[in-house]
Design a protein around this ligand. Structure first.
Ligand SMILES: Cc1ncc(COP(=O)(O)O)c(C=O)c1O
Length: 488
């Protein structure tokens, strides 16, 4: 049988994409960031396509990719007060940048047995992944009541095994900037590296400062900051797959590199975790950054920050909602201020075409709604949908979890569960994979309303949440063909 025609495949791709959250329109307030600049997006996608087959593995074979990478780092240097010595690398995303910062810190200290890193409890999960991957112990320090890292407690937590200290600008869950000058000073005093995770704020905070807003110092202008991550595929509005890891000096970056000549093939020489690196994301990011430019980013930041202010003010005026913290960039966390079920608010927003991300309760904090506001987000339309959603959620009342089930979830040790046990739990929560022919998964068959699922996850301790969601993902990720129209 001959393969389907390109037209049929294009139609199928378009139909598949219909299942996804929209990446344009400013109504998806997590995962994607929308400049609202259609021409820039089109140009960036052309650049991705043109360089999709190029390989950043060898900069002598593909010098164009090296040139674009160096140009992106040079642009970023102007945003992060980078000294002349600053160097950087394009990675595949924020998590890879954070992983590499940890790897470099660990390998800078081969003499340290059992290396550790000191992180605030609000640090992004990427650092826990790094700890897991690279055998670096995390020393997690509680944050202050204002949800910012506690510099004195972090300083006290450092010891001879500490190879890295991390702070966020801002933190994902709360949207606040840690007191980086104090944290970096404490690290520098002990000769320890200090990484600033500006993955989500790195392309906004410089412009916020230029617009006259008060911004906690977070760049290389702060003594003691040794490395910094800033994502191109977030607020630089580049296509997915691009972040920057920046180091104050080449010497600090050196242990990030990996080389291996001890085999009969080419000498592997990698600055990142990948070896073959598609040129697409670098070219897409380069096209975005050059097309938008410094003035363009200033205007986009002004729009996104103004929208954030308007949404924050609207939330404060909404009966039943409050803010976890006053926003310092473009992130907001909304919490219930009374008997409102935020998970139901999420569902109601989804019904009105808005995606807001539920954040489960953690360590005494209530559940919240995460909003990453883009330049394309219309705050008035958002607040109209929010008011209606809050009203509907109030009418529906909170999702009740059966007390017996709640007790079970609180005490269940995931290590005692086998596959059948996870199947039962997933079925009870309504989390199943849609069955295709032969029982193969064709995707998630999620319940129409996610609030009951979130309410169950919310009472489960983190280890059980992890185990249940891993079991869910495992069941989703099974071989299954996609029928093309006209085929059985
Ligand atoms: C502060 C921070 N660090 C790291 C990451 C991880 O980035 P990515 O999802 O691109 O891997 C994020 C993502 O939102 C983030 O906000």
């Amino acid at each position: 049988m001959s393969p389907p025609t390109p037209e049929r495949l294009r139609a199928r791709l378009a139909a598949l994409q219909q299942q996804d959250l929209p990446v344009h329109g400013g109504r998806t307030l997590a995962y994607v960031y929308d400049s609202g600049l259609a021409e820039v997006d089109a140009l960036a996608r052309e650049a991705v396509a043109a360089f999709a087959g190029s390989n950043g593995l060898d900069p002598t074979a593909f010098p164009s990719l090296l040139a674009m990478e160096n140009d992106l780092v040079a642009f970023a240097r102007t945003l992060v007060d980078g000294p002349d010595t600053m160097v950087g690398t394009v990675t595949s995303g924020g998590t890879e940048s954070c992983l590499l910062a940890v790897l470099a810190a660990r390998d800078a200290h081969p003499e340290v047995d059992g290396p550790s890193m000191v992180v605030p409890e609000t640090v992004h999960a990427a650092f826990h992944k790094a700890a897991h991957c690279f055998g670096v112990r995390t020393v997690v320090v509680p944050v202050r009541p204002d949800r910012r890292a506690d510099p004195a407690a972090m300083a006290a937590a450092m010891d001879a095994s500490t190879v890295l200290v991390v702070a966020s600008a801002p933190s994902y869950a709360d949207g606040v900037v840690d007191p980086i000058p104090e944290i970096a000073a404490a690290a520098a005093e002990r000769g320890v590296r200090c990484h600033v995770d500006a993955c989500i704020g790195g392309w906004v905070l410089p412009y916020a400062a230029r617009l006259g807003r008060a911004v906690t110092p977070w760049t290389f202008a702060v003594d003691g900051v040794t490395s910094l991550s800033t994502d191109l595929h977030k607020y630089a509005y580049a296509p997915k797959g691009a972040s920057l890891l920046l180091h104050r000096t080449p010497a600090l970056r050196r242990p990030q590199y990996f080389a291996h000549a001890g085999w009969p093939g080419y000498t592997m020489l990698n600055p990142t975790l990948q070896s073959t690196r598609s040129g697409g994301p670098v070219a897409g990011a380069w096209a975005s950054v050059r097309a938008i430019g410094d003035d363009g980013y200033l205007a986009l930041a002004e729009r996104a920050l103004a929208a954030t202010d308007a949404i924050a003010a609207g939330i404060l005026e909404t009966d039943g909602l409050a803010l976890a913290a006053r926003p310092e960039s473009t992130l907001l966390a909304a919490v219930a201020d009374g008997p409102l079920d935020v998970f139901t608010v999420c569902d109601e927003m989804a019904q009105r075409g808005w995606f807001v991300q539920p954040q489960l309760s953690y360590a005494g904090r209530p559940p919240s709604l995460h909003l990453a506001v883009s330049a394309a987000t219309d705050p008035a339309a958002f607040l109209t949908a929010l008011a209606a959603s809050v009203g509907a959620a109030r009418e529906a009342g909170p999702v009740a979890v059966d007390p017996g089930v709640a007790d079970l979830l609180r005490t269940l040790d995931p290590a005692t569960l086998d596959d059948a046990g996870f199947d039962l739990l997933l079925a009870a929560g309504g989390l199943t994979a849609e069955g295709g022919p032969d029982g193969a998964s064709t995707g998630p068959a999620l319940p129409e309303r996610m609030a009951p699922v979130n309410a169950l996850l919310d009472v489960a301790p983190p280890a059980l949440r992890e185990a249940v969601l891993v079991a869910f993902l495992d069941r989703l990720a099974r071989p299954a063909g996609i029928p093309i129209d006209g085929e059985a």
